[in-house]
Design a protein around this ligand. Structure first.
Ligand code: SF4
Ligand code: SF4
Length: 441
């Protein structure tokens, strides 16, 4: 049987060879971290510290009473310099805690393994994941304990782990599978226990043959955990595409993977879960690819959350002379940054720097009605119509044309020969439709 996949999608240049053989290196401790209180989808956290307080590494510094939220911990030991309004990587503003680091890396009291797979109950595991502040590490940043809380009346039979890493350039999940296969398996088992399922599938795109080999070896004697090869195609790592490819199930319009018995998590999230249980360490550092032709030495790093982009670029040998655009995340779904002072968050898996000749001028032309955007949309939508309705603020029509099913993958914008920013229009329109629905309820 060939590699599994979904219908439609695109085949961009992957450019993963820039960093896929670079083993993780630990980034230097930054002199200062700026930790956003909006680290994830859901309610922002409230600070538990104030200016002048000393904090230890791993100490909880912010939390929220809201269910859809996850606490935040200090990624260095040091002194709280201030709490101020900052810009987040997605272009919004939020409160941020600025900590001047000392050189001690003093670990917070009480950080120790809370137990093991065999002695923790499903509820214990969910609580540990919440208290460790773990959110989806693939970029979506949804609090993981919320994903694992199965509402009454729903039945889940599969955990899917996303090892597709379909965004061009990014290689952190790839390196995790090569360097930490046993922690991925341990994290997978913890996640399986948390949702009481006996079957897990780890889906990996076939452009990572070394990772597939290592993961197959690591799971050879594991009951219930299968490795499946996926075709290399964008957006193969989207939850809905993964489920279609691996289980041939379709998430209903407006529904969730839970509605068809599936929970999806990312490879790197499984490693964070393993660390929280094996070592008691909350989510204070993560992996990132600092890559692209605009940096001198593309690299994979483990960095402290709250490190500013410029420090990570320094670790990659600095910017090249023709560096032109910095994107946090991958080129398909990432966000261009206005400055290098922006601080990284739990979902920052890529710092991509493109050179001048790779950045096209923004010069959209009239639509030539070629329908290529319709042919590639993995959600069988009509991006050409959706973008027009969004531009004209025709929100009822947008909803009728299923804008809420758009997964914001950017395949339509990528393929459009007229270079129309289709996804960008659709995204803005979709947010308006969501806001209107919320106001009505
Ligand atoms: S309409 Fe949405 S789901 Fe379809 S290709 Fe465009 S961004 Fe992707
Ligand atoms: S791909 Fe671009 S030019 Fe072609 S139909 Fe869609 S919007 Fe129009």
């Amino acid at each position: 049987m060939g590699s599994l996949t979904f219908k439609q999608g695109i085949h961009p240049e992957y450019n993963k060879e820039l960093s896929n053989t670079k083993a993780f290196q630990k980034a230097k401790r930054p002199e200062q971290v700026i930790i956003s209180l909006q680290q994830h989808i859901g309610a922002p956290c409230q600070p538990l510290v104030k200016k002048g307080d000393h904090v230890d590494m791993g100490e909880k510094i912010a939390d929220s009473d809201s269910f859809v939220s996850a606490p935040i911990h200090a990624s260095v030991s040091g002194t709280v310099k201030e709490i101020k309004t900052i810009q987040t990587p997605i272009g919004k503003s939020s409160q941020g805690i600025v900590i001047d680091a000392d050189e001690e890396d003093t670990l917070a009291k009480g950080i120790a393994s809370p137990g093991s797979l065999s002695d923790l109950s499903p509820d214990d595991i969910k609580k540990i994941i919440r208290e460790a502040g773990i959110v989806g590490m693939g970029g979506a940043m949804f609090p993981t304990h919320v994903k694992l809380s199965i509402p009454e009346g729903k039945e889940v039979d599969h955990l899917i782990l996303n090892g597709a890493e379909c965004e061009p350039y990014l290689t952190v999940d790839h390196r995790m599978m090569i360097e930490r296969p046993n922690d991925i398996i341990y994290g997978t088992k913890l996640l399986m226990k948390a949702i009481s399922v006996s079957k897990a599938i780890i889906g990996i795109e076939e452009n990572k043959p070394d990772a597939i080999k290592i993961m197959k070896k690591a799971t050879a004697n594991e009951d219930g955990i299968e490795i499946k090869e996926l075709e290399t195609k964008y957006p193969q790592g989207g939850e809905k595409m993964l489920i279609k490819a691996l289980l041939d199930r379709t998430v209903p319009a407006g529904g969730l993977p839970l509605d068809i018995g599936v929970v999806v998590n990312n490879i790197t999230t499984a490693v964070a879960v393993s660390d929280a249980v094996k070592k008691g360490v909350p989510l204070i550092e993560r992996s990132v690819s600092v890559t692209g032709s605009g940096v001198n030495n593309p690299i994979n790093l483990i960095y402290r959350i709250g490190t500013t982009i410029d420090k990570l670029i320094e670790e990659a040998g600095g910017l090249t002379e023709d560096a032109s655009k910095v994107i946090l995340g991958g080129p398909m779904t990432g966000f261009a940054q206005p400055s290098l002072d922006i601080a990284t968050v739990k979902g920052t898996s890529g710092v991509l720097v493109l050179s001048k000749d790779e950045v096209a001028d923004f010069n959209p032309q009239p639509c030539i009605k070629c329908a290529r955007c319709v042919d590639v949309c993995p959600q069988y939508l009509m991006p050409v119509n959706l973008s027009k309705y969004a531009a004209k603020e025709m929100f009822d029509e947008l909803e009728d044309y299923q804008v809420l099913n758009c997964i914001e993958c950017g395949s339509c914008s990528f393929i459009c020969p007229a270079k129309r920013p289709l996804m960008q229009y659709i995204k803005v329109g979709k947010n308006e439709v969501i806001a209107k629905k919320r106001n009505k309820s």
